[in-house]
Design a protein around this ligand. Structure first.
Ligand code: ATP
Ligand code: MG
Length: 441
């Protein structure tokens, strides 16, 4: 028997019940960035593999273990993007968006990493990101944190997330600290887990991020990064903390907070939650002042963040009261008899043209009246519009309430002329003709 076809491991389908939550999150996000004046950028999912190796760094988990690499039919080395910042910077340089200009951008889309799939960790996942170019901060750093704080409030999860903040300083400060950290850890090498042992050679700052308890215990006695922080970065962090206090955004300084990617400097931050087990990071961001130059542009300060949307959706799904209510079907068109399919499709089109805010479904498949009413009930329709042969011949339609509303009971049904139907529906659904909005009761 042929192998059953299934989705690729770690890559999820979005079914209507879940996509409704995604659409809600996406609508809130779009409204948010629009309110701050940010513009959208869209870049391809596939990029030249070199882009990621040059930007993210060869000795990061992403490039060493997680990136999807392949050769196309001409032997070009391509990669599925594991994150969106590198592509955004590439596009910004290519189209001259960054040269001596300020840009406030956002993007949203799928990312790909070959990781072990588990709750909150997938091989295709989605990030919503913001990237700002040409501003040195710390005011813009603060804006990104206020923006995310507003997002959590609008989604109703502000009590479940905490802001963690750190500065990873200049690259010189990081080099000096890296040496001190390696000197401290080398004699204790045997106590490190396998990943940390490997990182000791390649990317020792990532050890600070280790989830291994023994490693964390060992780190308690390690040199502190704050002792190595350069003066400019110290001032930047202090000014940012001051702004956050003034803006009433609570934060925790976390000296162990580093980023998995090589290109960050100074401000790094994360919004974490206790509700998603080990996958606690909901949003991660930081300053990457060196990246534009590293990818061939002129030196341009930059800062951004990314939110893992699967984790955000999981968090919302834990709390049904935060989920959007599905919009009901307003009218269900039921018809039977000679010429009924055409009459029903035409009438529903007329209603949609006149009242674009209504949700109208037309029964299809030519089944009997009883089954059509059953289906109307199943989809939760509020009113059935019924066309039989007589109504079609006399240009009429029967309006039958399926839910109690506006003092009408389910037994009230009326025959109305088709050219007066729009007026009846406006009245029934309390639609304001001027702006087509449904007036809430
Ligand atoms: P983690 O420590 O959880 O692996 P990371 O440091 O690799 O995260 P970033 O590269 O900073 O994550 O990505 C930003 C955000 O994208 C994360 O905070 C998380 O919400 C989300 N994210 C990262 N990897 C995945 C994944 N494999 N599946 C789902 N979401 C992810
Ligand atoms: Mg990761």
């Amino acid at each position: 028997m042929a192998k059953r076809l299934q989705a690729v491991r770690g890559m999820n389908d979005g079914l209507p019940e879940t996509t409704a939550v995604w659409q809600h999150v996406e609508a809130v996000l779009r409204r948010l960035v629009s309110a701050y004046g940010y513009g959208e950028i869209r870049t391809p999912v596939v990029e030249d593999a070199t882009l990621f190796i040059r930007s993210i760094g060869e000795v990061t988990d992403i490039v060493e273990k997680e990136i999807y690499l392949f050769n196309d039919r001409h032997g070009e080395a391509l990669a599925l993007r594991p994150e969106g910042t590198a592509g955004c910077v590439r596009a910004g340089i290519e189209h001259g968006l960054l040269y001596h200009q300020e840009q406030r951008l956002w993007h949203l889309g799928p990312m790909f990493r070959y990781e072990r799939p588990q709750k909150g960790r997938y091989r295709q996942f989605h990030q919503f990101s913001v990237e700002v170019f040409g501003l040195t901060g710390p005011d813009i750093d603060a804006e990104l944190m206020v923006m995310t704080a507003r997002l959590w409030r609008e989604l109703g999860i502000d009590q479940q997330v905490r802001l963690q903040l750190n500065s990873i300083g200049s690259s010189a400060a990081r080099m000096a600290y890296r040496q001190a950290l390696v000197a401290y850890l080398l004699p204790h090498q045997q106590q490190l887990d396998a990943d940390s042992q490997r990182r000791l050679q390649s990317n020792p700052l990532r050890i600070l991020d280790s989830k291994d308890q023994q490693v964390q215990a060992l780190l308690a006695g390690a040199p502190r990064f704050s002792d190595y922080l350069d003066a400019a970065s110290q001032q930047h962090l202090a000014a940012l903390c001051h702004l956050l206090t003034e803006l009433q955004i609570p934060y925790q300084l976390n000296e162990r907070l580093v980023r998995g990617l090589d290109y960050y400097n100074q401000t790094v931050f994360e919004w974490v939650t206790d509700r998603l087990g080990a996958q606690s990071a909901l949003c991660a961001g930081g300053r990457y002042d060196g990246l534009v130059e590293q990818l061939g542009g002129t030196s341009t300060p930059a800062i951004g963040f990314s939110i893992g949307l699967e984790r955000l959706v999981l968090l919302l799904q834990q709390q049904p009261t935060l989920l959007p209510q599905p919009a009901p079907i307003d009218c269900y068109l039921i018809a039977a008899g000679q010429g009924s399919a055409s009459a029903a499709l035409q009438l529903s089109e007329r209603i949609r043209t006149a009242l674009p805010t209504l949700r109208i479904m037309t029964d299809c498949g030519g089944r009997d009246f009883k089954k059509q009413f059953k289906q109307a009930d199943k989809v939760g329709a509020r009113v059935a519009l019924v066309l039989g042969e007589r109504e079609i011949a006399q240009q009429q339609v029967i309006m039958k309430p399926l839910r109690e509303q506006c003092g009408a009971s389910k037994n009230d049904q009326q025959v109305v002329a088709q050219d007066q139907l729009i007026g009846h529906l406006q009245c029934w659904f309390k639609i304001n003709t001027l702006n087509q909005e449904t007036i809430s009761e």
